[in-house]
Design a binder for this molecule. Structure first.
Ligand code: MG
Length: 454
């Protein structure tokens, strides 16, 4: 797919991602959907209004009425789409810097479009075979005033409110000026928490921090946890489908440790947990300890959703899935990543233990990574041939869904070509740093030798 990557289409707004481009995407999606009504929402980005107007025009021109939800987290747009049984178009660049924007497409079941549906939209986009209607059949916009309020109330209905309220937790929240600024403060208050906030005014220029919830951007949150004596710090990305945590000491918690802790609390013997090919050893260990199966997909949420659906078709329970970047699925709630819901599930764990204690079992894993760059096709081919040879020689369990991942039980190593840069990335993880370093070095040596003779 050229137009849609693994998580929608994104670019610098008004440069790569123009109103004309979004208008065409909306026409193409509207043509494929053939729905007489489509929902439209956006995050807080400065260009969101402009691009939402373009999307509304495109949808109206192919005959769809548009439910305009305004600023709303992506999972809120998904919940609305599911409730109404209509598709939705979301204007967001998720965690990308302020100058970016993008489009996510959501089906009438509230789930991100699968690869097949995206390919159909892309084909319409490229051929411009749009179903434009006569002037008298063009759509009109309805402004839905209570979308945010309803999204918060359906979240509350899906949770054990009493259990969380009884723990009298103090939550330090950093929605990063994104869409969660308008929903998460109220949500955690209604869950019975004391809420203190940083960067919680919606602002598309993101003056306080960049939208990506990584430690470099979250100094404010660490300090806020300490200053307010909070039990936990919670940060979202720009469209609030992710949640990242700080413990009660103001220390950053690795996303992989959070995922492992949440999975450990959810998984029963015979269940499956789905994650991407670069999954942490932490989740490998949790799946073994809980007697569940770990299913690995190529990187990207679309691949994880596809695998969960396949497992559901085989009547396999998948109570939890996701990646170590804070994007976690609880498929029994909904097949979406929802930062607020994920945070509430983490708060459930805090009703019994402090945050640092919840994640302590998943501390002390070491990640090592390196890159082997290439400049010619011959070098690229030689690197991949060497990686394949090493993988086949090894006695470890091999997974080839996206590159070559070798699982040794106590550690793993993965060699895969970067999707964006001319290099093969090598990752390893183990309880001991030296073990991870050795695993990377062995593959790296083989690759560099092969490249030298290419
Ligand atoms: Mg996001």
């Amino acid at each position: 797919m050229k137009v849609f990557g693994s998580s929608g289409t994104r670019g610098v707004a008004n440069d790569e991602l123009t109103p004309e481009f979004v208008l065409k995407i909306a026409k193409a999606a509207g043509t494929v959907w053939r729905s007489d009504r489509v929902a439209l929402a956006r995050d807080t980005r400065a260009t969101g209004d402009m691009l939402a107007d373009a999307a509304a025009s495109g949808l109206a021109s192919v005959g769809a009425d548009v439910d305009r939800l305004g600023v709303l987290p992506t999972p809120g747009a998904q919940a609305y789409a599911e409730r109404e049984g209509i598709p939705a178009l979301m204007i967001t660049a998720s965690h990308n810097p302020p100058e970016y924007n993008g489009v996510k497409l959501i089906g009438d079941d509230g789930i991100e479009l699968d690869i097949g549906s995206l390919e159909r939209v892309e084909e319409k986009f490229l051929t411009e075979a749009f179903d434009e209607v006569r002037w008298s059949e063009t759509g009109h916009s309805d402004y839905i005033e209570d979308a945010r309020e309803w999204y918060v109330s359906q979240l509350l209905d899906a949770l054990d409110r009493e259990r969380i309220a009884d723990a009298h937790l103090t939550v330090a929240l950093d929605p990063g000026h994104g869409a969660g600024s308008l929903t998460s403060p109220e949500f955690f208050r209604k869950l019975g928490c004391e809420v203190v906030t940083a960067n919680s005014q919606p602002d598309g220029h993101f003056p306080g921090r960049n939208p990506e919830p990584i430690p470099e951007n979250l100094d404010d949150l660490g300090r806020l946890v300490e200053a307010s004596d909070a039990d936990v710090g919670i940060a979202h990305d720009g469209d609030a489908d992710r949640a990242i945590f700080y413990d009660e000491n103001g220390e950053y918690i690795e996303g992989d440790a959070t995922l492992a802790a949440l999975a450990s609390a959810q998984l029963e013997p015979g269940d499956a947990v789905v994650s991407a090919i670069n999954v942490s050893q932490r989740l490998v260990d949790v799946s073994r300890e809980t007697g569940s199966t770990l299913e690995l997909t190529p990187i990207g949420s679309t691949n994880i959703i596809t695998r969960i659906r396949e497992l559901h078709d085989q009547d396999v329970a998948v109570p939890v899935a996701g990646e170590g970047n804070g994007g976690i699925f609880f498929p029994n709630y909904r097949l979406t990543r929802d930062g607020a819901y994920t945070a509430a599930k983490f708060l459930e764990l805090l009703t019994e233990r402090r945050a640092s204690e919840v994640v302590a079992p998943y501390d002390g894993y070491h990640n090592v990574r390196t890159n082997v760059p290439y400049t010619t096709d011959a070098e690229h081919d030689a690197l991949l041939a060497a990686a394949e040879r090493k993988a086949n020689e090894s006695k470890a369990e091999l997974n080839t869904r996206d590159g070559y991942r070798l699982d040794f039980g106590d550690a793993w190593v993965l060699a895969r070509p970067s999707g964006t840069e001319p290099m093969v990335r090598i990752y390893a993880e183990a309880r001991e740093r030296q073990r991870a370093e050795e695993l990377v070095a062995e593959i790296e040596d083989a690759l560099r030798t092969a490249k030298a003779s290419a």
